[in-house]
Design a protein around this ligand. Sequence first.
Ligand code: LLP
Length: 438
Amino acid sequence: MENSDWLKRKHLEYINDQLYFGGIRTIDLANQYGTPIYVINEELIRDRYRALKEVISMEYTNNRIHYSVKANTNLAVLKILESEGASVDCVSTGEIYLCLIAGFSPERIIYTSNNITNDELRYALEKNVIINLDHGSQLLRLIKIADELGINTKFISFRVNPEIGGGYHDHCITAGRHVKFGILEEDIVDAYKLAIENGFTNFGIHMHIGSGILEILTFKKSAEKFLSIVKKVRQETNIPFDFINVGGGLGIPYKPSENPLNLIEFSTTVLSIFKSSISDMGLDNPTFCIEPGRFLTAEASIILVEVNTIKKTKDKNFIGTNGGLNILIRPTMYDSYHHIINCINKNRDKMIQGDIVGQICESGDVIGRDRNIIEPEEGDFLAILDTGAYGFSMGSIYNSRPRPAEILINKGKSYVVREPGSFYDLERSQHIPDYLKK
Ligand code: LLP
């Protein structure tokens, strides 16, 4: 059956054949709050943050972990990480707005935009967050807007495209000559020169190569390339970088057969390259930044769904649930694997193989393809694991299904941290022109 150590690392265990998450029986949560629901485990988020902070700090103390909030912007999640001392990585003004509400001060917020608009530049300048651009022309627009606002900004960062990408799916590889992100090596020195010419005095530099990476070698190669580019900028401009940001992308074991990322090896590898490079460059203790999203929150959440229809045919079995691509798009969009397990192990020996599907009117609405699980009965609950990153945040109201609630669990208690959506949500921002009302 499930590898119990693998489950344990995700704070999941079976006691008397009943699945517990963070010490709480999952069927109790499903019965209390209804399904589908996202359940978020506070302790696990804190554990992941502390583990990463500890290994990085062992190598280099002047570091910041910027949680990449696109993974999960629930305000309780943001508050938890804020209280741990994390910084954040935002990719939209909406994310900045939420992080400010959650209590992150502007100097802990880096805004890594792409194809940024003037309104977004204005918002970022007004809120005084760190701005990370990915084209020189954006800097000229920023200067103009800062002048209009009477804001004297001296701090800028650029995103480098180091051309060494990584990640588990093409959509998630964010470096390379055919990828839209970042500034290529051949253009990066000019971007910094432009900033110097325009009076900027404080600088950061950034890359992010992709997502869901479990091989240390990928991090090693990209860090080497990135730091060689940083060195080149330093040689040609003499910039004293305040921070050097190596991005996120730290993977997690979605499958019981996968090993977790070796954090110590990751940290020693990347930081030894970083430390020797900054010493070569004669930089004085710049801040080392890293911006994981998935690593901090993915394993901290499960989705509970109810089985409502078991359809057996000669060719295929379908285990129909009230989940679907509206609440978890990753399997459909990236062919991602999410382990799915029973909340109660009835009939231990009776297994079923089939597709675990949702309620959305698309054939691609498959949460788990060709899975072997203990045969559930209609009315039983299943847990979809590792949904805390890019789960709710990529969800939708497709098929006009209101969004599920989010429940936080901590120390044996549960809290509604997001109310479920309602039918009113489906209509509230719409207007029917008068002539159509007749
Ligand atoms: N920094 C930047 C600039 C990013 O664009 C991202 C993710 C991260 C950090 C955090 O990456 P992470 O540590 O979470 O891998 N929707 C996809 C993932 C797309 C990530 C996009 N950028 C998924 O569900 O797997």
